[in-house]
Design a protein around this ligand. Structure first.
Ligand code: Z5A
Length: 206
């Protein structure tokens, strides 16, 4: 491999990305693999400021186009500042959400158009694509159940409700159908069961 492996995690709210990323980084540490862990939106000083604007419940008047462009701006920054350099050094990059989130949330659920979003995604990522993407698929009912069990308040996007989450899930299913890179993983099992599937895909790809 002439560059590190770029792995992204996707899914509707509360699908278990953080849990699976924790299991993956523990596994990589045990194998003494060199990795970088980042999240979108965020992951850089500029990106974290954009994240605060995007998730702030007080910004409920934000236009959907402004929202889309802010996600892309944060992405352009993290790709050039963190992701591409780490991959060039041969490190694994694990990213909690990447441009498939924009496809599903803004392109499909916000109805801004998937062609437009695909073009902006390519521009912001400078043509970079993940090697492997795990779409952790749970039902919207399960997502709400898991979210209720958390002690933290919903952010601006989490407050959008069930219909919106259903559309987001539809967007992911559509993206997964069109791409070999995206592995749909049934995320209704135990964290260990889910991680075994993920580990299998990574081992196969290495
Ligand atoms: N967004 C966008 O619209 N467009 C974009 O381009 C991008 C993002 C990049 C970022 O929020 C928001 O931005 C996100 C999409 C939007 N919004 N929404 N809505 P974030 O990063 O703050 O939040 P998140 O990405 O939605 O993640 P999360 O809410 O932190 O959830 P998670 O990481 O996927 O899940 P978790 O924390 O691992 O698990 C949730 C709970 O379920 C927790 O209590 C776990 O203990 C439990 N859990 C986990 N796994 C299991 C299993 N297997 N069984 C049972 N319970 C489990």
């Amino acid at each position: 491999m002439d560059r590190g492996l770029f792995i992204t995690f996707e899914g509707i709210d509360g699908c278990g990305k953080s849990t699976q990323i924790g299991l993956l980084t523990d596994w990589l540490e045990k194998r003494k693999a060199d990795f970088v862990l980042v999240r979108e939106p965020g992951g850089t000083p500029v990106g974290e400021k954009i994240r605060t604007i995007l998730l702030d419940k007080e910004n409920d008047g934000m236009s959907t186009v402004a929202e889309l462009l802010l996600f892309e701006a944060a992405r352009a920054q993290i790709v050039s500042e963190r992701i591409r350099p780490a991959l060039c050094e041969g490190r694994y990059v694990i990213c909690d959400r990447f441009f498939d989130s924009t496809y599903a949330y803004q392109g499909v659920a916000r109805n801004l158009g998937t062609d437009l979003v695909n073009g902006l995604n390519r521009m912001a990522a400078g043509g970079l694509e993940p090697d492997l993407t795990f779409f952790l698929d749970i039902s919207v009912d399960e997502s709400f159940k898991r979210r209720r069990s958390r002690a933290i308040e919903d952010d601006r996007i989490e407050l959008l409700g069930r219909d919106f989450q259903n559309k987001v899930r539809g967007g992911y299913l559509e993206a997964a159908k069109a791409s070999q890179r995206i592995k749909t993983v049934d995320a209704s099992g135990t964290p260990e069961e889910i991680f075994n599937i993920i580990k299998g895909y990574i081992t196969e790809r290495e």
